[in-house]
Design a protein around this ligand. Structure first.
Ligand SMILES: NC(=O)c1ccc[n+]([C@@H]2O[C@H](COP(=O)([O-])OP(=O)(O)OC[C@H]3O[C@@H](n4cnc5c(N)ncnc54)[C@H](O)[C@@H]3O)[C@@H](O)[C@H]2O)c1
Ligand SMILES: [Zn+2]
Ligand SMILES: [Zn+2]
Length: 365
């Protein structure tokens, strides 16, 4: 079938094109896309910060309705409402252990444009294969995904505001609820109050954290962080000593947990120094640059630890329905992060994401 899609054609260049979408293969479904979120990772891919073969249809936070089933699909039927999350092979040791976020082939499946069952599903009019980011390519009116990417959700919920549950919100909330697992009253400092960071702040509130500190440089984002559960905020560009301020806000102890979701290499060391004894830091951002650290000084005496994660260590098939339930109960108000754009205004959506004006741009089809 003919589709209209936003294609990364060369480094930094996104083009609206008509393309030919094939048919769903073994275990795959065709989805009519209703909306798709713009995540920072779309920009990183467009700028080839992660080396990816082009041309490729970007977009990996789509929501929509299942229109056609490929052979062997058992978990979905036509008409199901789905949130399209990240791909995984389903047969490696980590997938079989319930850890699809650590799939042995995730780098290829996320960034090479191919599907777990092999190959691409799109051709352009020059006859070239066109990849689909995250085995999805959600910046298109229709896309094909493996049933493992597609999470069926309650048809009564309006899916449009929930695009970020596919990636950004899942990552922030998952880093807190799946990895840190704070106890009620624990303290946390979140560096970067974008979609990922604010979702982490909402999750910290759900978990009953006591002191929740948001760090950003954009005043409107700091205000939103306070509205979404932060007890304190710090303007990272104005504060001369962030660790000292975190220490002050945590009764001199330093934070129990820290999340890095700003992507700013300059914030990594202050983040680690904001942790108290046995403090635990999680990095989710693609940190732009190397960080010079004295490991002995930062980790040994303080018993601190640092770890990275993909997609908040979530199994989307079980974690996303929980987040939808929190949303329905008013505890996970991701709709507060959203700015809508018609699909044709994708360039504006990207620009307003970069400028900080839009936290979670959502393209509507
Ligand atoms: N690991 C994963 O699976 C995963 C999933 C989704 C997103 N990500 C990554 O997570 C990061 C965050 O994503 P997002 O969509 O929330 O991005 P975003 O750009 O909306 O948020 C980043 C925030 O950090 C703030 N910031 C940047 N530099 C700063 C500085 N020097 N001082 C203070 N604040 C600063 C920005 O103002 C912004 O609010 C990105 O790097 C993205 O690629 C990773
Ligand atoms: Zn796997
Ligand atoms: Zn993403």
């Amino acid at each position: 079938m003919r589709i209209k899609a936003a294609v990364a054609v060369e480094k930094g260049k996104l083009e609206m094109q008509e393309l030919e979408l094939g048919t769903p293969q073994l275990g795959e479904v065709l989805v009519k896309v209703e909306a798709c979120g713009v995540c920072h990772t779309d920009t990183s891919t467009l700028n080839l910060e992660v080396p990816s073969p082009l041309p490729m249809v970007l977009g990996h936070e789509a929501v929509g309705i299942v229109e056609e089933l490929g052979p062997g699909v058992r978990s979905l039927k036509k008409g199901d409402h789905v949130i399209l999350s990240f791909p995984s092979c389903g047969c490696c040791e980590n997938c079989l252990s319930g850890k699809p976020y650590a799939c042995e082939t995730s780098s290829e499946l996320f960034f090479n444009g191919i599907y777990p069952a092999g190959g691409t599903r799109i051709k352009n009019d020059a006859g070239q294969d066109v990849g689909s980011l995250f085995g999805q390519g959600g910046f298109a009116d229709h896309c094909i995904v493996s049933e493992r990417n597609a999470v069926k959700v309650d048809p009564e919920v309006d899916l449009k505001p929930l695009c970020s549950l596919a990636c950004g919100a899942q990552t922030g909330a998952g880093a807190v609820l799946n990895l840190m697992k704070p106890r009620p009253g624990d303290s946390i400092v979140v560096f970067g109050c974008g979609a990922v960071g604010i979702s982490a702040i909402m999750a910290a509130k759900i978990a009953g954290c006591g002191t929740v500190i948001g760090v950003d440089a954009v005043p409107s984002r700091l205000e939103l962080a306070l509205e979404c559960g932060a007890t304190h905020v710090i303007n990272g560009k104005e504060c001369p000593d962030i660790p000292a301020e975190v220490a002050r806000l945590t009764g001199g102890k330093g934070a129990r947990f820290a999340l890095e979701s700003s992507g700013a290499a300059v914030l990594v060391k202050p983040m680690l120094m904001s942790l108290g004894k046995e403090g635990r830091a999680v990095v989710v951002s693609f940190v732009g640059g190397d960080v010079d650290m004295n490991l002995t000084m930062l980790f040994v005496g303080s018993c601190r630890s640092l770890e990275g994660t993909v997609e908040g260590a979530a199994n989307p098939q079980t974690f996303i329905p929980r987040l939808v339930q929190f949303y329905k109960e008013g505890k996970f108000p991701v709709d507060k992060l959203v700015t809508y754009y018609p699909f044709a205004e994708i360039d504006k959506a990207f620009a307003e994401s970069h400028s900080g004006k839009a936290i979670k741009p959502i393209l509507v089809f």
